[in-house]
Design a protein around this ligand. Structure first.
Ligand SMILES: Nc1ncnc2c1ncn2[C@@H]1O[C@H](COP(=O)(O)OP(=O)(O)OP(=O)(O)O)[C@@H](O)[C@H]1O
Ligand SMILES: [Mg+2]
Length: 242
């Protein structure tokens, strides 16, 4: 479904992706783990077309995405939940969701249908729909960020650290919803520093270090790899105890 090949991207003179390749098959949940600054966000943003690339290709369902404008990538069915949520605080929850639908070419009736689907996935967003988004808790704001991405009716959902800054119970809720969405037919590419939780859910995993993919395999093989256990999982377990 998604094939990323030899992707390179730079910030000025500094190259952040040194030739990254990755595949996601339809219906899979794939996780990318890696330390701060490994290039995970840059990779997701390059796939969505908001981060310029200097080499490589992104092919989604047989179409080149790396030559498309970001809104065309969304129209083709790829939606990104950005790092740090980036919701519009003064706008209502409902208006934030409506903004997520702008790049779909569709009538208001099908938008209403998608909106109902999002409210079904996150009933709390329905309860809070008239509230300013900025008044929501961190977990609710993350649900809103996911809901907004779902409003474009994606077939591939990219998520950048949805668990960041959230309590374990809320993280569990968010991950449960991802499992449910995937059961509904969505394909998911997830970036996470919370490697324990993400590897428990995912089918396959990639480990990134300083702009390279250094390991890939089934999520269970990656979770059992001693190098991964030392570098990421011990830390994750300690963080979860707090
Ligand atoms: N706007 C920017 N300008 C310059 N350098 C940047 C910029 N954004 C990221 N970088 C650099 O690019 C590299 C990859 O960053 P990126 O944000 O993709 O990593 P990450 O894996 O998402 O990290 P984190 O886990 O902290 O979110 C890092 O060395 C970072 O310092
Ligand atoms: Mg990041």
């Amino acid at each position: 479904m998604l094939a990323v090949r030899d992707l390179r991207s730079r910030y000025g003179r500094i190259e952040a992706l040194h030739g990254v390749s990755l595949d996601v098959a339809r219906g899979e949940m794939v996780v990318v783990i890696g330390a701060n600054g490994a290039g995970k966000t840059t990779l997701l943003r390059a796939i969505s077309g908001v981060q310029p690339i200097t080499a490589g290709t992104v092919v989604f369902e047989g179409r080149r995405m790396d030559t498309c404008a970001p809104h065309r990538v969304v129209a083709h069915g790829v939606a990104q939940v950005p790092e740090g949520r980036q919701i519009f605080g003064p706008l209502s929850v409902a208006d934030n969701l409506r903004l997520g639908a702008w790049s779909r070419r569709s009538d208001s009736r099908s938008n209403d249908k998608v909106l109902r689907w999002v409210y079904d996935a996150f009933p709390v967003l329905h309860d809070m729909r008239q509230r300013p988004a900025g008044s929501l808790s961190g977990g609710q704001q993350q649900m809103l960020a996911i809901g907004r991405a779902l409003m474009s009716s994606p077939t591939l959902l990219l998520l950048d650290e949805p668990s960041m800054g959230l309590a374990p119970l809320i993280v569990r809720q968010i991950f449960d919803t991802l499992v449910q969405l995937r059961r509904d037919g969505l394909t998911i590419l997830l970036v996470e520093q919370n490697a324990n939780a993400a590897l428990a859910l995912a089918d396959r995993a990639y480990v990134m270090e300083t702009g390279h993919v250094t390991l890939e395999g089934t999520a269970s093989a990656i979770a059992a790899d001693p190098r991964v256990r030392d570098a990421y999982l011990g830390q994750g377990a300690a963080a979860q105890e707090h």
